[in-house]
Design a protein around this ligand. Structure first.
Ligand code: M6R
Length: 610
């Protein structure tokens, strides 16, 4: 959650810090701050509110010539968003200040011990203990002091530290939360993810857990967890800067919705061989392992969980393996039954989601085969799975995921087809047809987006005044209903619920009254008539129904008030198309309601806390 930047270079630091923070603002946006060393003292500017507010404050009072500095954008965990709780936090002596991403789990014990020594705390944050521990461990050596102080921390942290005695340098270290460094002619840049650095260099150094870096304008010296100096090799980032910019769109979310044909194609095509087989370089299960599998457990959070719900239906149908899906925060605390014949698939765009990471560690610890579907290269989840399959969605900036979800679903289709073939359940002919459909989908995604855009803009008008909405569907349509409902509530703040259409009559139908808006996802052929029966049930109670289906069902949809048609496709893949108008519906509704679409209230892009 929270974004960190650092710069040590030849130019003024403040503009770089503000620019980097703007790029990271999607990670957290309730308060922000920067610090530099000036005339032998730390100078900190921090405030509650957005980066733009910090920038105006800085413009009026902080024209610092310093060429080294650190910055932070916060998503509050310990303590409300306030000026005092904003980072950087300064030590009692005034010598150190620190910006931090993560959670210090033993901060209460550390705080009590520091207070017993007379230390006065000025914020409610866990981070402030780090600043005071730096004072306490000060031995005249910047790097060694940081290492000693962080040696007392339990939990997760990525930190950058300034010391007034060394105005030309930053020391940074991490455990559990990411930190990336890059060097170019202008100096050395630090970021909690590559989007803060990308415009300066594509060659970056990922700091491994417990490694420390001493950063100056000339580059970085790296130390391993024992404190020994080490050489690190840079990694070339494939993402380009344009991918992390709005490119003429009003919001990142709309741009990312429109990038889905590319995201799907880029994710699928490298995994299809010339003879139309599904191939994975990065799937480390042997054919014997696959045949020995007894079940699959898919674990994720939020939209990644909804992608997993699509994966469950497709995998069970094709590979005939029982598939359980779990919300990661439930999975990790429910003592799941796992063994070596269970394939645990974890899904995460950011690769940093705390609960998903903990679920992965649990599965690894129980001897399961683990496979991670991740978008951010070298993220914690990508590094810890026995296999990792990257979604090639490119950087996703909007908090509400669209293209990363689309790419996750693409990978799950690939895995389902792959497992089915290895288990002898997909004939040559069926496999070719399946792959052909996968390869045809990017064009159908484009077609759906352009076809339904105008109609959705019109339909969104009736959602604008709503307080409640319901999304219903069965099987794959239900998986889509969950995602559609989350998208709407997340960015438009309209309360919405997703229900398995057949389950409504067991209680929730009592909420349906005259005029209630129900969106019925009805693209699955084999349950279409069942969903239509449920539509009749809600209509009989006064609901207005918007149904989404394929053209083949037009006549049978006579009962509904509004219909939205998606292009014909194999029913197994229809969900990849029907979710698109739902994303647009959320977008246009939220826009008309004047919501902050790319940075919805209370949220952050990567959720690195429990
Ligand atoms: O980075 P992850 O895929 O692990 O994130 C999981 C969820 O936090 C995420 O999908 C969230 O639900 C999105 N904001 C939904 O749009």
């Amino acid at each position: 959650m929270c974004g960190i930047v650092g710069y040590a270079g030849v130019n003024r630091a403040v503009p770089y810090l503000l620019d980097g923070l703007e790029k990271l603002e999607y990670r957290g946006y309730d308060s922000a701050g920067i610090a530099v060393v000036e005339n032998g003292a730390l100078r900190i500017t921090k405030t509650r509110g957005r980066i733009s507010f910090l920038a105006s404050l800085v413009a009026s009072e902080h024209q610092s010539p310093a060429t080294v500095g650190i910055g932070h954008t916060r998503w509050a965990t310990h303590g409300k968003p306030s000026d005092a709780n904003a980072h950087p936090h300064q030590s009692g002596s005034g010598r150190f200040c620190v910006v931090h991403n993560g959670i210090i789990e033993n901060y209460l014990q550390l705080k009590a011990a520091l207070q017993a020594d007379g230390v006065v705390f000025r914020s409610e944050t866990d981070t402030e203990v780090i600043a005071h521990l730096l004072d306490k461990n000060w031995d005249g050596d910047f790097v060694s002091t940081v290492r000693k102080a962080t040696g007392q921390l339990e939990g997760a942290y990525a930190i950058c530290v300034l010391c007034s005695d060394f105005p030309d340098r930053i020391v940074c270290t991490r455990w559990g939360s990411p930190l990336v460094l890059g060097t170019c002619d202008a100096g050395t840049f630090i970021g909690s993810d590559v989007t803060a650095i990308l415009q300066h260099t594509s060659d970056v150094y990922y700091l491994d857990g417990h490694e420390t870096a001493l950063v100056t304008k000339d580059g970085a010296v790296f130390y391993d967890k024992t404190g020994a100096a080490i050489e690190k090799q840079p990694t070339r980032i494939a993402w380009n800067l344009a991918a992390a910019q709005k490119g003429g769109y009003e919001h990142f979310m709309l741009k990312e919705i429109m990038e889905q044909p590319q995201a799907f194609a880029d994710t699928v095509s490298p995994r299809i061989s010339a003879d139309k087989r599904i191939v994975f370089e990065d799937f480390h299960l042997t054919d014997d392992d696959i045949r020995a599998l007894r079940r699959v457990a898919i674990v994720a959070c939020g939209s990644a969980y909804h992608a997993g719900a699509v994966g469950k239906y497709v995998m069970e149908k094709l590979a005939r393996l029982p598939v359980e899906i779990d919300i990661a925060s439930e999975f990790r605390y429910r003592d799941p039954v796992l063994d070596a014949q269970t394939l645990v698939i974890v899904i995460s765009q950011s690769g940093e989601t705390a609960d998903t990471l903990a679920a992965l560690r649990l599965a690894n610890g129980r001897g399961c085969k683990t496979l991670c579907i991740v978008n951010v290269v070298s993220s914690s989840i990508a590094n810890e799975g026995s296999s990792v399959i990257y979604t090639h969605a490119g950087p996703e900036i909007a908090v509400a995921t669209t293209k990363a979800y689309c790419a996750q679903v693409a990978v799950l289709y690939l895995i389902a087809g792959y497992l089915a073939e290895k288990r002898g359940l997909l004939s040559e002919e069926a496999r070719r047809a399946y792959v052909a459909e996968l390869e045809a989908l990017p064009a159908k995604i484009s077609e759906t987006l352009s076809q339904c855009d105008a109609q959705i803009q019109e339909l969104s008008q009736m959602f604008i005044p709503l307080e409640h909405a319901y999304f219903i569907g069965r099987n794959l349509d239900y998986a889509c209903a969950m995602e559609a409902s989350l998208k709407l509530k997340e960015i438009s703040y309209i309360h919405s619920e997703a229900y398995a259409a057949g389950e409504l009559k067991h209680g929730t139908i009592s909420l349906i009254e005259q005029g209630t808006l129900v969106v019925a996802l009805a693209a699955c052929d084999d349950v279409f008539s069942k969903t239509m029966s449920n539509i009749k049930e809600v209509k009989a109670r006064g609901a207005r129904v918007l149904a989404v289906s394929t053209a083949g069902h037009t006549d049978a949809m006579g009962e509904v008030d509004f219909r939205l048609l998606i292009p014909a496709t194999d029913p197994l893949f229809a969900v990849t198309l029907e979710v698109l108008p739902m994303q647009l519906l959320s977008y246009y509704t939220a826009r008309s309601r004047g919501c902050d679409i790319d940075k919805p209230r209370n949220l952050a892009k990567s959720v690195t806390v429990e």
